[in-house]
Design a protein around this ligand. Sequence first.
Ligand SMILES: [Zn+2]
Length: 169
Amino acid sequence: MVDRVWRGTSLTATDLQERRVLTEKWRPEAKYEWSTGESMSRFLAELKEGRLVGRKCDKCQLVYFPPISFCRECFVRTGEFVSLKDTGTVETFSISYLDTDARRIEEPIFVAVISVDGASEKMGFMHYLGDVEKDDIKIGMKVKAVWKPKKDREGAVTDIKYFKPSGRR
Ligand SMILES: [Zn+2]
């Protein structure tokens, strides 16, 4: 290995902090946009309308939820979008005394992995549970989505406020 000796004087962080050398701060006004892709775009657009869609693989018949564009089993493009109900089954859940910023909270939040009716097995969808007491949450419990009012929906998974035990008002 050859050690290179560069001409000039090395700068330290202190040289910059104490402005011993000429510095300039420049904050770019960068704006970003990106496409969520064919399947996720449709999924989000349907959420805004209060609907859930999956996508079916024509080769193996798996119904993916949320929808994806390529089958993970067959490595082929998935086919048609499939309308799903906004009901499902709790596969597993967690009672959390930390909020989404990892701060301690007095009242727990309930997070569950839900199998949405009409999707294939093991297509768990993670979301909140609500309108339920923590001791009443069970694996296998049937749940239904509680949607935000249409005017408040923005094409995001949070357009569903939470899932509640079904059969209740
Ligand atoms: Zn497939």
